[in-house]
Ligand binder design. Structure first.
Ligand SMILES: Cc1cc2nc3c(=O)[nH]c(=O)nc-3n(C[C@H](O)[C@H](O)[C@H](O)COP(=O)(O)OP(=O)(O)OC[C@H]3O[C@@H](n4cnc5c(N)ncnc54)[C@H](O)[C@@H]3O)c2cc1C
Ligand code: SF4
Length: 323
């Protein structure tokens, strides 16, 4: 591991000053320390943001404000989250292990990097790790890779669970930076790879995530379905987050987000539009899947994800609409 200094910011503004001066934020360290050990991240200065006081969950009008340093364990255990936004608790609890969730934070989870094996193997070409070097996954072992939102430069998925639920819940990321504060819809936070996959999200130099806010609950049925190789302690192959409101046997409101299918947490308003106003049926769910997967492209070993996403969507909608 390359030598680095470690300081502790005592407030958000102190953190912003340190990050703007070139330090790298570390929160729980559950992703970043692995990247340091492999020399994929090689900062000279680390700035811990754990003492910034951003570790509270508080009411925000009819919604909820989750501080960036709230651990995944505390967020999933919060009575308000469990009562009104169970989708978020379910998604978090479907991820990692209890030990990791005790350490991992809201801000760090949003910024976690891809699990593409070639990204972690510094002997392999990877445009995300080393821009311009190529993409070993496209013609390599790409079983976990994306089928939506890919580019010639990169086909890696965003691997997390929490952000998928937040996307279906219309959550907003709050930041502080050298140029002031910003509010960014979760759906606009992560970046598709395009020509420059090295940038995962819209955070600018010196910008700190301070919180995520959830709007008032819809009263819908919330379902998180995660399909993976093992029943626990595994990243998703495909996940679906749904928040569905029914009236008189018809879907009147529906938000859907998908994980590990696209290069970013994936949401497609056209899929939701197909469903709203209709009575649930296998044929309707199939039509929604046709729309979701209209531009899907497999790369060989991940072709199965296209059929898997169809079945995962149908099963999720079945659970969310069965009454
Ligand atoms: C074995 C294993 C299994 C896992 N399984 C899953 C899983 O199934 N599902 C899942 O979703 N996740 C999974 N994870 C990932 C885990 O959830 C993340 O590592 C964790 O959430 C990252 O949070 P952290 O606080 O430890 O971040 P860190 O490792 O401290 O930081 C990660 C990144 O976020 C940046 N950062 C941190 N806080 C802020 C902030 N406030 N503002 C701006 N930037 C910030 C850091 O600079 C760094 O780039 C797994 C991890 C491991 C090691
Ligand atoms: S898919 Fe992306 S992260 Fe994986 S090797 Fe290709 S460029 Fe790197």
């Amino acid at each position: 591991m390359k030598p680095f200094t470690l300081d502790h910011a005592q407030s958000a503004s102190e953190a912003v000053t340190g990050l703007a001066a070139g330090a790298t934020a570390i929160a729980g360290g559950t992703n970043l320390v692995d990247l340091l050990k492999l020399q994929i991240a090689t900062p000279d200065r680390l700035l811990s943001v754990r003492r910034t006081g951003l570790d509270a969950i508080a009411a925000d009008g009819d919604g909820l404000r989750i501080g960036a340093l709230v651990t995944n364990a505390d967020c999933a255990a919060d009575a308000r989250v469990r009562q009104s936004w169970p989708l978020l608790a379910k998604a978090i609890l479907a991820g990692a292990s209890p030990q990791l969730r005790n350490r991992a934070t809201t801000g760090g989870n949003l910024c976690q990097r891809t699990r593409c094996g070639y990204f972690y193997d510094t002997t392999q070409a990877c445009n995300k790790r080393e821009p311009g070097s190529g993409c070993s996954a496209k013609d390599g072992f790409n079983r976990i890779h994306a089928v939506l939102g890919t580019s010639d430069a990169c086909i890696a998925t965003y691997p997390g669970d929490m952000a998928v639920a937040m996307l279906a819940l219309d959550a907003v990321v709050h930041t502080e930076g050298p140029r002031g504060g910003r509010e960014i819809a979760v759906g606009e936070f992560h970046l598709q790879p395009g020509d420059d996959p090295s940038r995962d999200n819209v955070l600018e130099a010196g910008e700190l995530i301070t919180a995520v806010t959830l709007p008032a609950p819809t009263g819908g049925v919330q379902v998180y379905r995660k399909v993976r190789d093992r029943a626990s302690y595994a990243f998703a192959l495909v996940s679906v987050a749904a928040d569905v409101c029914m009236e008189n046997g018809r879907i009147v409101r529906c938000t859907l987000a998908f994980g590990s299918l696209g290069t970013v947490p994936w949401r497609d308003p056209a899929v939701e539009a197909v469903l709203v106003g209709e009575a649930p049926s296998p044929a309707l769910f199939d039509k929604a899947a046709d729309v979701l997967l209209r531009d899907a492209r497999g790369f060989g070993a991940n072709d199965f994800k296209i059929a898997l996403a169809r079945r995962a969507l149908a099963a999720t909608l079945n659970d969310a609409t069965k009454g």
